[in-house]
Design a protein around this ligand. Structure first.
Ligand code: NAD
Length: 423
């Protein structure tokens, strides 16, 4: 099955998007010019070029980053991305969004992000482990359970987190479980972390369907990016009776008006197959997935997918941003004009950081929770954040994104101001 893929949209620099969103909130909050500069800049940026021994005996140099945006509310927190298109501006934008996200859901973290320019699928398991352990060593000068705590993102998973945790632990001479989250449960991970971001999306959609009087049973869903976030969200939504009609990954898009067998597709993906190999629906081209006539569209792949151009064709009633930064400011304006309700990334995908926080707390206390407790607490935190954002949006007559940013930026501004400038 020949299936085209949706590439990242050219010209959509994620940092431009992140800064534009911040400036808008800063204007509305009438932020002090000095604090505006502080919050609009990443605090610490580590770039590292490091060698990795490849299976054929050769040495290859890779480039990686770890960026911390703001630490006023607590240690830095954010994922690590392995992708060929990773760049410093992208990592900066992702770090900034992590600051706002943590503040919005009120977990005591600042924002960070890391990345390595690599296609992880092109490496053997040994090469991937070598690269991960060396990158972990390079960033070990900034990561620590009380300083900066990485987690999985695109192209990394719990296996990579276990290697990072083990590398740091080897350096220290004792197990440092709390240095990363998203680890396997057997090495200090939490129950419910792997599914947390997708589960958070389910809880938000359940809340929205209740509020808008739409039955979830039979509601139609399309998911761009059938990975950790999108695959889990689609599976959990299908279990609740939603009809997932379209899903995509880098191999292509599948569509079935009657509903795809998401459970089987997700099982196949977890076993390493791509959607184009799995089949089970018609193939769609490029951006078509984004323009399906559905109730809920969940962009859960990469940044910059919903531009002014693609937004014009969107027919969904709700866009739930599973990915970070999937909508450009121009795209946002078009969606607002069309009265599409957008649940912004810093709220929609916050399930990951919320349960990462629970994992970290469990690691620091050496006391582990039952999955039921993790899910209940996740639901409580994410739905109360949604209610708070909706109330602020109504109060100020702004979009959910602007309301979320106003809440988040105010909290970070307050912490930064109260701590003061040292010395
Ligand atoms: P992942 O690597 O598990 O999955 C990404 C999926 O997107 C893959 O299936 C890939 O094939 C697909 N994809 C990539 N480019 C695509 C394109 N142009 N069109 C269609 N599909 C494409 O990554 P993930 O962890 O699910 O992360 C996805 C997004 O969610 C990222 O923006 C990430 O920053 C964000 N996010 C992840 C988490 C988490 O807990 N993993 C938490 C919050 C936010």
């Amino acid at each position: 099955m020949a299936v085209p893929k949706a590439a990242a949209k050219p010209g959509a620099n994620p940092l431009d998007t992140a800064i534009a969103q911040f400036e808008r909130a800063a204007d509305r909050l009438n932020l002090d010019p000095g604090l505006r500069q502080v919050l609009g800049t990443c605090k610490r940026e580590l770039t590292t070029h490091f060698p990795v021994q490849m299976d054929d005996g050769s040495t290859k140099v890779f480039t990686g980053y770890r960026v911390q945006h703001n630490l006023a509310r607590g240690p830095a927190k954010g994922g690590i991305r392995y992708h060929p298109a990773v760049g410093l501006d992208e990592v900066r934008a992702l770090a900034m969004w992590m600051t706002w996200k943590s503040a919005l859901v009120n977990v005591p973290y600042g924002g960070a992000k890391g990345g390595v320019i690599v296609d992880p699928k092109a490496l053997s398991e040994t090469e991937l482990e070598n690269l991960t352990r060396r990158y972990a060593t390079e960033i070990s000068i900034v990561i620590d359970p009380i300083r900066d705590i990485p987690a999985p993102d695109v192209g990394t998973d719990e296996r990579v987190m276990a290697w990072i945790m083990d590398t740091i632990s080897m350096h220290r001479g004792y197990t440092v479980a709390g240095v990363v989250t998203g680890k396997p449960v057997s090495v200090g991970g939490t129950l419910g972390r792997k599914e947390a971001t997708g589960r958070g999306i389910l809880y938000l959609i359940q809340e929205l369907t209740r509020d808008h009087g739409i039955p979830l049973e039979g509601a139609t869903v399309a998911v761009q990016g059938f990975g950790n976030v999108g695959g889990v969200a689609a599976t959990l939504l299908a279990r609740e009776g939603a009809r997932v009609v379209g899903v995509s990954d880098t191999s292509g898009c599948l569509y079935n008006e009657k509903g795809l067998d998401v459970e089987t597709l997700w099982q196949g993906k977890k076993e390493g197959a791509s959607l184009s190999e799995l089949g089970g629906g018609d193939c769609l081209g490029g951006d078509e997935l984004l323009s399906l006539p559905v109730d809920f569209l969940i962009p859960a792949a990469l940044e910059g997918q919903i531009t002014a151009q693609t937004a014009r064709n969107i027919q969904a009633k709700f866009v739930i941003e599973g990915a970070n930064g999937p909508t450009t400011p121009d795209g946002d304006a078009v969606l607002a004009e069309k009265q599409v309700l957008v649940v912004p990334d810093i709220l929609a995908n916050a399930g990951g950081v919320i349960v990462s926080y629970f994992e970290w707390v469990q690691d620091l206390q050496f006391f582990f929770w039952e999955e039921k407790q993790v899910c209940e607490q996740l639901q409580r935190v994410i739905t109360s954040a949604l209610r708070e954002v909706r109330a602020r949006a109504e109060q100020e007559n702004v979009s959910l994104r602007e309301a979320a940013m106003l809440i988040a930026v105010s909290r970070v501004e307050e912490a930064t101001r109260l701590r003061g400038i040292y010395p």
